[in-house]
Ligand binder design. Structure first.
Ligand code: GCU
Length: 602
């Protein structure tokens, strides 16, 4: 074989082996709807090494070396030590890791059988908070952000047979992180959601966005993008609507088009109509269940499919209190959502970060509206450009993952931020990014700036930033952090009077089973909490532009903020349901209030 041929062959082999980054695949952070594709889970028991002083990278533990000579030794091994469930936070798996903040190395072997003409990707539902991923001793990607997915292409790197995967996970809090140094929930660390090995054809449908074209129930709009820039035929099938439309993408692999439909049944709260949708191109086909609805505001009202709808909401963290751990599974989603449904809600504010896809998809199947937000929570460093780009990335990943999920009606960009030029610029960049990706949803932020004006004797708020939002939300703890300046029935609110206003948090703490004086906050009693709910509900009746309420919170949840040795013990006790799953007296008051609203809404 001559020299030239050898060079050519070497180049060809290099090309074949060269990492085919998924960055070549369009400008999208990961493929849409991974659960609708050809995947295998890499869930289960993984080996782990706790690396509190971050020595593992220097030791190259990801090479997983074992002694080969009489002189060699290694001060690590992934075999025979700690094993952790994936998905799952590490805090709830061993007592020693309850408060752990640092690095844990995860590792596992897996078999692969890569076929020519196919591509392989590794997909993580979420890793909290930052991570580096290594395959067979080589770093292949890294990610920051504990609540959104990421993927990396493995094509050309996978061995036939055994492969060794290592993930360095670190959950240390930092000022430039999102959320930052302190926040009122548990700092769970770990590979906290599903891990999947995804196989696709060489060319595949990487992204699609299927929704109504504006407010027209007779027209469906489709935007799609192929992995490779190529003009190719793509077919969208919605059998129940007798839609089967084939279009040719442009040279960049993109297409956007409308499809006229007849007899489309809209998705709405309590009536979760979903359609089977398949998008295919050549050998690739991806299936989804998609609902169609439209949203708008009209004066102080929020309209779903043109109907003014009061948001009977509740919040919960992505946590199973009985397990003292982060929620991650279908069963967890069923537990959280069935308790929310029992309260009589038509909306859930998923606090304070994008939650796992099982929760989002089950809410959609149950006909429950969702508010999803990125964790721009209180003390974010709005001056830090690096933090801003992280926030933009998280927002993009959240919208990109769920924009086909019709249950998601609100994108939240902040919680309890203080007015400043830097904050305004930071949040404006988020709103611009969001609206450029998805102009079909309402943008909201929650503020804790409402005060009682002694002159006017009104509740007021001065934050001009609210003009940029479709809906304004207020967290206000009357009767808990704030004593009543006037009786609830005399409370006059003059807060963004021309916009829809949601009370996105209110409530107070009670230890389940503890009884005491209904007039004493420090009784931490069910009676006090119940009276607080009665008073707030009375106040709500006098807020003219009230478009929804969302008590804080459905379940007691874990937080290092909460020091009281007998009433809290590292739990925030504002739950309507205890950490053991028992409903407190206030739960029944809220359930009756929602029953009353639901009946009056008819
Ligand atoms: C804040 C914050 C919540 C927090 C709550 C509380 O409004 O948004 O995340 O848990 O108050 O103090 O319980």
């Amino acid at each position: 074989m001559n020299y030239r041929a050898v060079c050519f062959l070497a180049a060809a082999l290099l090309m074949a082996a060269a990492p085919v980054s998924s960055a070549e695949d369009a400008g999208t952070p990961f493929m849409t709807n991974v659960y609708g594709r050809d995947y295998q889970f890499l869930n289960g028991k993984w080996n782990a090494i706790v690396d509190l002083y971050d020595q593992g990278e220097k030791m190259k533990v990801y090479e997983n070396r074992t002694p080969q000579t009489g002189e060699e030794f290694y001060e690590y091994s992934f075999e025979g030590g700690l094993r952790l469930n994936v998905p799952g936070d590490w805090n709830s798996q061993t007592p020693e890791l309850k408060y752990y903040e640092g690095t844990v190395w995860y590792a596992r072997h897996f078999d692969a059988d890569p076929q020519p003409g196919q591509r392989q990707f590794l997909y993580f539902g979420a890793v909290s908070y930052r991570c580096k991923v290594y395959l067979n001793g080589e770093q292949i990607t890294e990610h920051e952000g504990g609540f959104t997915p990421f993927e990396v292409e493995l094509t050309g790197k996978l061995r036939s047979g055994d492969n060794f995967l290592v993930v360095q996970v670190n959950n240390r809090r930092t000022q430039d992180a999102i959320p930052a140094l302190a926040y009122d929930w548990w700092n769970y660390g770990g590979i906290t959601r599903d891990v999947m090995l995804v196989t696709t054809p060489e060319q595949y449908v990487r992204d699609y966005f299927v929704r109504l074209d504006g407010n027209d129930a007779g027209s469906v709009k489709v935007s799609l993008e192929l992995a490779r820039p190529q003009a190719a035929d793509v077919t969208v099938d919605i059998p129940e609507l007798k839609v089967s439309k084939t279009v040719r993408t442009d040279e960049d692999g993109r297409a956007e088009f409308g499809v006229k439909v007849k007899g489309l049944e809209l998705w709405e709260p309590g009536k979760a109509k979903l359609y089977d949708v398949t998008v295919s191109c050549g050998d690739d086909s991806v299936s989804d269940r998609i609902g169609f609805r439209y949203l708008e505001t009209e004066g102080t009202g929020i309209l779903v499919n043109g109907k003014r709808t009061f948001m009977r909401s509740i919040s919960f963290h992505e946590e199973i209190p009985q397990r003292k751990g982060r929620a991650f599974s279908q069963a967890d989603a069923q537990m959280l959502l069935s308790e929310a449904e029992a309260l009589g809600v038509n909306m859930i504010r998923l606090a304070h970060y994008p939650q796992n896809e099982y929760i989002v998809r089950l809410a959609e199947q149950m006909g429950i509206i969702l508010w999803q937000e990125i964790p721009i929570w209180q003390g974010i460093d709005f001056e830090d450009k690096g933090t801003e780009s992280k926030a933009l990335g998280m927002l993009e990943e959240m919208i990109f993952r769920d924009r086909n999920r019709c249950a998601v009606c609100f994108w939240g960009v902040a919680n309890e931020t203080k007015p400043s030029d830097a904050r305004n610029a930071f949040l404006l960049s988020l709103l611009e990014k969001g609206r450029s990706m998805d102009d079909t949803r309402l943008y909201v932020a929650a503020f804790d700036l409402v005060y009682f004006n002694e002159e006017t004797r009104h509740f007021e708020m001065d934050d001009p930033f609210t003009e940029n939002l479709d809906v304004v939300a207020v967290n206000k703890y009357m009767g808990w952090y704030h004593p009543w300046p006037v009786p609830p029935s005399e409370a006059v609110w003059d807060v963004v009077p021309d916009k829809p206003l949601i009370i996105s948090e209110f409530g107070g703490e009670a230890l389940y089973g503890q009884h005491g004086d209904r007039n004493m906050a420090s009784s931490w009693s069910e009676e006090y909490q119940a009276r607080l709910y009665e008073d707030n509900i009375e106040m709500f009746r006098h807020i003219p532009n009230l478009a929804g309420v969302s008590p804080w919170i459905l379940f007691d949840f874990r937080s290092p903020y909460r020091f009281h040795p007998t009433n809290q013990e590292d739990w925030n006790r504002k739950g309507l349901v205890s950490d053991q799953g028992y409903r407190k007296a206030a739960w029944y008051i809220m359930r009756d209030y929602y029953e009353e609203i639901k009946n009056s809404d008819k």
